[in-house]
Ligand binder design. Sequence first.
Ligand code: RIB
Length: 286
Amino acid sequence: MSARVCVVGSVNADLTFTVDRLPRPGQTVLASALDTAPGGKGGNQAVAAARAGAAVQLVAALGTDPAADGLRAHLAANAVGLDGIETVPGPSGSAAILVDAGAENCIVVAPGANAHLSLNSAAVRDVVADSDVVLLSLEIPLETALVAARVGRAAGATVILNASPTPPDISALAAVVDVVVVNETESDAWLDGERALVDHLVITRGARGARHLGGNRTDYPAPAVEAVDTTGAGDVFAGVLAAHWTRGVDYALPRACAAGSLATLVHGAGDCAPYSEAVEDVLDAP
Ligand code: RIB
């Protein structure tokens, strides 16, 4: 049976500039391409989990601007349930993304509606509670993420936090989540020496795959690919991990690593998640 995954996070309209080199402070560079596409860590994770085969609901906030309709349509087209979508007056979230010739990026997010996401509605809290896994990220108010974690835990769900962007203080989050997914460069905050501060710490290591700390330390490799754009790869990793978490770490981690690698072969974030067949093909390859 498919896991029920509730993603609580942001949805953005992404504006992506393709550049040879990321500009230095004060520098102006010309882009060779400009693309608009759906994004936001929550939306990207929800699409990735759905393509991995999970039954997905997204709790997120959209604005009342023209972008909201396109974002809603993209999520619905990817079988993401929209029962937990709140509409707030004003603009939806948006992001300016620069991607360089080496597939690296830098991103600035204007939160828009995401800054107003709350779990004040009992109906929305029910959406969170009606899940096996709750996946959180932090382009939404910290208080909302904390409420979602508590609601999910109280209902018996596993709570996974993709700790991005980096929170100012991790102590409140560490107390209410079961699994943290974090970039290698930001992982120290979640460690006390060699010991993880949560039951499961998953450290993403780019092309080297991921490390799981949870009693033991286990490294999972990522398949080698020629990346063209790493934007959204971390979201795909987290979404696929959430989709498969109930089947065990040794099942979920290889699939998350493979999906994250495949995501870098596609430009843009919202549509870069592979379907489960492609992931299995990679894992089956000799
Ligand atoms: O992780 C990539 C995402 O970060 C983009 O889609 C952008 O919207 C920001 O949320």
